[in-house]
Design a protein around this ligand. Structure first.
Ligand SMILES: Nc1ncnc2c1ncn2[C@@H]1O[C@H](COP(=O)(O)OP(=O)(O)OP(=O)(O)O)[C@@H](O)[C@H]1O
Length: 265
């Protein structure tokens, strides 16, 4: 398996805001090693405050790191400049927890879809861009696209909004999706449909996805491999079934027991 995203001994610290100025430093991510292979879905799980969001922001190139290295196709993120840095914004797409945040309420679906293409100068002409937009909307199940293009986000259901956000990312031909709790804001009845969409992206487009979540059932349903984070450290990782069925670390056992509704010993 060739690595698309690789975190090597990554460390991120914050100055804790104390009552009397700066307090002791908080180590939000401590010596984290993580790989997402091509065509692989990897889940990063852990309780609130374990460091998942900071790790995700670092992988997006939005959070400076204090030690270690983050590589995308072997290229160090912190050494990217100019065109490569701009292209990073296209290559790694963030799928938000709340699709409403990702979509400009004043824009139609068509305008939302066109915006990214125009920023990244994708598509030789209007006809090609039209084709790309229709293909992306069709792939995510918003079909026929003509029924959705003129709508504003408020005229879409929550699931349809998440599909538009995913389609807008897909139209940019990214290498990696980083999905931040992609179904937790959605009605349980439509969650499976969105998770299936990520599975289809893996099967049909060999898309790589890093899913950051504290929702263990969606990680179990979707991920090929999982990393478990606690107090900024990755305490366990492995094939999803192995980690869920035979967890080795006490923290993983506790997470699984809590998620399955059994009392935590
Ligand atoms: N900008 C910041 N300044 C100071 N401390 C921060 C900052 N961002 C995060 N932290 C701290 O770093 C640690 C990890 O936070 P992080 O948000 O990455 O965890 P998380 O697992 O994503 O939690 P959640 O699921 O609640 O988002 C926490 O102790 C948090 O308080």
């Amino acid at each position: 398996m060739s690595a698309l995203l690789e975190l090597k001994s990554v460390r991120v610290e914050f100055a804790a805001r104390g009552l009397f100025g700066e307090g002791p430093r908080v180590v939000a991510v401590d010596d984290a090693n993580l790989i997402v292979g091509r065509g692989e879905i990897v889940a990063l799980i852990g309780a609130s405050g374990s460091g998942k969001t900071t790790t995700m922001r670092a992988a997006l190139g939005l959070q400076p790191i204090d030690a270690g290295e983050i590589l995308l196709s072997g290229q160090a993120l912190n050494k990217m400049a100019g065109g490569a840095l701009k292209d990073l914004r296209r290559r790694v797409q963030l799928i938000f927890q709340d699709p409403t945040e990702a979509l400009n309420p004043r824009m139609t679906v068509d305008e939302i879809m066109r915006e990214g293409l125009s920023i990244h100068h994708i598509g030789a002409n209007a006809a090609e861009r039209r084709q790309m937009i229709d293909a992306a909307l069709g792939f995510v199940g918003l079909s026929p696209p003509g029924d959705f293009l003129a709508r504003h986000p408020h005229r879409l259901s929550g699931g349809q909004r998440q599909r538009v956000a995913i389609a807008a990312s897909l139209a940019l031909s990214p290498d990696l999706l980083i999905a931040d709790e992609p179904v937790s804001m959605l009605d349980p009845s439509i969650r499976a449909g969105i998770l299936d969409l990520f599975a289809r992206l893996r099967a049909e487009r060999q898309m790589s996805t890093l899913m950051v979540t504290h929702d263990l059932p969606s990680a179990y349903h979707l991920a090929d491999r999982v990393y478990v984070m606690n107090n900024g450290r990755i305490v366990e990782h492995g094939a999803t079934r192995t980690v869920f069925q035979a967890p080795r670390h006490d923290y993983t056992k506790t997470l699984i027991r809590a998620a399955s509704g059994r009392p935590v010993a």
